[in-house]
Ligand binder design. Structure first.
Ligand code: BG6
Length: 463
């Protein structure tokens, strides 16, 4: 079966925050690469004109990476704007006119999930959905039940192969490289299991707060915002078995198996924190118990991973902005050189953001007569920052109809099944100081192991 490319890009919520921060920069980059030769139609109910949307696009680019004069001229020429109420059939008639001869639009729903049903039915009634595709943002639902309901809503109009659930982490160069590094190297597989891996830690630290998104954040919290999606996806890529084929569905099938093998989280193995001052943020309830920090331990019940703890820690207002995975290997079976015990120096480190780093920790002997060593890090890849925007890559794939980097309905539901037991007030929330590593109680999550590995500022890349 040949998969046809979309022939128009329609984005609902064109005047909103997501369009400003992510969509316009990605569109400009795609135009620069010659990957977006089609009408680009912004939809909103704001009483704007296309000129106002162009101004907004320019402002977005100025603030997010810069305006490329040539590409911007082309983007402006391709840009159209349809203003209207999403509940009004006339809005979709105007969209139809704006589409002209285009018959296979890619519809990006950068809007509240409560409007998904209205918009997809509006598209269908106007005949704009027949060969169309739809992109939806994370978090996909608030829990398992609402994710199932959203899937039903989308499937009333679109087939699963036409639904693209975006998780921008999957479009990051470093996350792609994680998958590549695992399955392109034979030396990893023999040790990538419970016999050699002691524990796995993932830290997603952000040194900033909620950045004006208080109202959104207070509805969501850290576990829904980044754990259910970005961080469980990273674990899936770290822990899944090799796909049985090279097609996107083989990859998605292996990921699904892994999600299904994750044990639902135990509230006793979760610590939730809230930074001091969060309740003073605009849009945040004065008595909010929503977490801005979470630390937890996850188990994967497979032959490969039984008994290996996967520790996750994520939070706002922490000491640094960095996302890092450390796969700690077990100690050598006997301490032949007294100085090593008890800590191991063998690990793999994957820095996912802002830099891209893949490295392995080892010990080597110091020069001299004594059998005394030191830890070193062997660096396989070190780039200051990846050049391609995740959204650029993902939007291009969705236009081409390639689902490899998008989350399937069954996987998203399986991920919620893991998270559901710890949502809401399952555990109390403890206050922490901005600039600290969260509540001191987070240490108990890793007790028995070496403690949390705090990501450090990355040294500059070696020449
Ligand atoms: C988003 C979250 O999905 O990811 C934000 O909603 C978070 O709260 C962001 O800051 C982090 O993404 P990145 O690419 O900047 O690491």
């Amino acid at each position: 079966m040949t998969i046809s490319s979309s022939d128009a890009f329609v984005f609902f919520g064109a005047t909103g925050d997501l369009a400003h921060k992510k969509i316009f920069p990605a569109l400009q980059a795609m135009i620069r690469r010659g990957e977006l030769d089609m009408p680009v139609i912004g939809m909103a109910r704001a009483g704007w004109t296309v000129d106002k949307l162009r101004e907004r696009a320019r402002d977005s680019l100025e603030q997010n990476g810069g305006v490329d004069a040539d590409a911007f001229v082309r983007l402006s020429a391709q840009l159209k704007y349809v203003d209207g109420d999403y509940r009004d059939p006339a809005t979709y008639e105007s969209l139809k006119q704006a589409l002209g001869g285009a018959a296979r639009p890619l519809n990006y729903l950068a809007i509240s999930p409560s409007m998904f049903g209205t918009v997809v039915q509006g598209l269908a009634n106007a005949g704009c959905a027949k060969e169309g595709r739809v992109i939806v943002e994370k978090p996909f639902g608030r829990d398992l039940a609402s994710a199932q309901a959203l899937n039903r809503t989308l499937h009333e109009v679109f087939q699963e192969s036409e639904v693209f659930r975006i998780d921008h982490y999957l479009g990051k160069e470093a996350v792609q490289n994680l998958l590549y590094f695992r399955f392109a190297n034979t030396f990893l597989d023999p040790i990538w299991n419970r016999h050699y891996v002691d524990n796995v830690q993932i830290t997603m630290a952000e040194s900033f707060g909620v950045q004006g998104r208080g109202a959104f954040y207070d509805e969501v919290g850290t576990i829904r915002d980044v754990v259910q999606n970005h961080l469980l996806q990273v674990i899936a890529l770290l822990a899944m078995d090799a796909p049985a084929g090279r097609d996107p569905e083989s990859m998605r099938a292996e990921k699904l198996r892994l999600f299904r093998a994750m044990r639902p989280l135990d509230p006793a193995q979760v610590v939730r924190g809230q930074f001091r001052g969060y309740r003073d943020e605009a849009g945040v309830a004065a008595d909010s118990r929503v977490e801005t920090f979470a630390a937890l331990c996850l188990h994967i019940d497979t032959w490969r991973w039984a008994g290996v703890p996967f520790y996750i820690r994520a939070g706002k207002c922490l000491p640094i902005t960095a996302t890092e995975v450390v796969v700690d290997l077990k100690c050598p079976p006997l301490a032949i050189f007294d100085e090593i015990s008890p800590a191991t120096s063998n690990y793999f480190r994957f820095r996912l953001s802002p830099e891209v780093v893949i490295s392995a920790g080892a010990r080597v002997k110091q020069p001299g007569e004594e059998m005394r060593g030191e830890p070193v890090e062997l660096i396989a890849r070190h780039e200051p920052r990846s050049k391609k925007l995740p959204y650029e890559r993902l939007l291009r794939d969705a236009i081409r109809g390639d689902p490899s980097l998008f989350t399937r309905d069954d996987s998203v539901e399986a991920a919620w099944r893991v998270i559901d037991p710890v949502l809401g007030d399952a555990e109390p929330v403890s206050e922490y100081e901005p600039g600290s590593w969260g509540p001191a109680t987070a240490a108990r999550i890793v007790s028995g192991d070496e403690g949390w590995h705090d990501p450090k500022p990355e040294e500059t890349a070696p020449c």
